[in-house]
Design a protein around this ligand. Structure first.
Ligand code: 13P
Length: 244
């Protein structure tokens, strides 16, 4: 299975989200490809209704770690799943670096997803400083260990490797070369095998577009892509899905 996921971040209004969803409803999704978009919380349910019966699923960009209660402003994994989400991003670098989510928060959110039966996409990635100081694998090792050690996997788990320096908008937007992606994905696969005997898909994200998508997909240890800004245009997302 190849996963092509589109994180719409906070790029689109409700109206823009619905119009994009309508364009994607007819997108052709090749056999063996799982497409999914991650709209804003405001748009998620309507986008899900609009894409029902299409080849494209819907997920949420983050979740709270507790199922329900007095938690102003939060939406839980349990509620997201009930509203039609198939996946949740957990620990996206923008949540970690802009909104201060810690490895402990990420762990609690992963546990909430597992308890609610919501498939989780654990996002990991090093910063430019980590890389410059030769701390790339140190950072990733720590993020993986805190997230996965002893985690009971009652729902599907995926990993998205998104180097912060390669993300457009919030990061450096510097392209990560496919050979570099392959090396680090191979390393992540070995690292993850310490915590689970399941075959965990590892997606790549960071400035993916219709021009470079195929070069990442061609890497042995890349199971899919997590696309940001290029997923907010029907044309480019459909071309990325078709390039698999
Ligand atoms: P870009 O594709 O815009 O660089 O974003 C990547 C990302 O953060 C997806 O979650």
């Amino acid at each position: 299975m190849t996963y092509i996921f589109g994180n719409w971040k906070m790029y689109l209004t409700l109206e823009e989200s619905l119009s994009l969803a309508q364009s994607l409803a007819d997108m052709s999704v090749p056999d063996g490809v799982q497409a999914c978009v991650f709209p804003s919380m405001i748009a998620m349910h309507s986008v899900q209704e609009s894409l029902a019966g299409s080849g494209c699923g819907v997920g949420v960009q983050h979740v709270a770690w507790t199922p329900r209660g007095a938690y102003t402003g939060e939406i839980s994994a349990f509620i997201a799943k009930e509203a039609g989400s198939a996946y949740a991003l957990v620990g996206h670098s923008e949540r970690r670096h802009i909104f201060g989510e810690t490895n402990d928060d990420v762990r609690k959110k992963l546990e909430a997803c597992m308890e609610s039966g919501l498939a989780a996409v654990l996002c990991i990635g090093e910063t430019h400083e980590d890389k410059a100081q030769d701390k790339r694998t140190y950072r990733l090792k720590k993020q993986l260990m805190k997230a996965l050690h002893g985690l009971s996997q009652d729902a599907p788990l995926l990993i998205a490797y998104e180097p912060v320096w390669a993300i457009s908008g919030s990061g450096g937007g510097e392209a990560c070369l496919p050979a570099d992606v392959q090396d680090i994905h191979g390393w992540i696969r070995t690292e993850v095998a310490q915590y689970t005997d399941k075959d965990i898909p590892i997606l790549y994200g960071g400035s993916v577009n219709q021009g470079n998508a195929a070069s990442y997909i061609a890497c042995d240890d890349v199971s899919g892509l997590l696309v940001g800004s290029a997923s907010t245009h029907a044309d480019s997302f459909a071309k990325i899905v078709a390039s698999t």
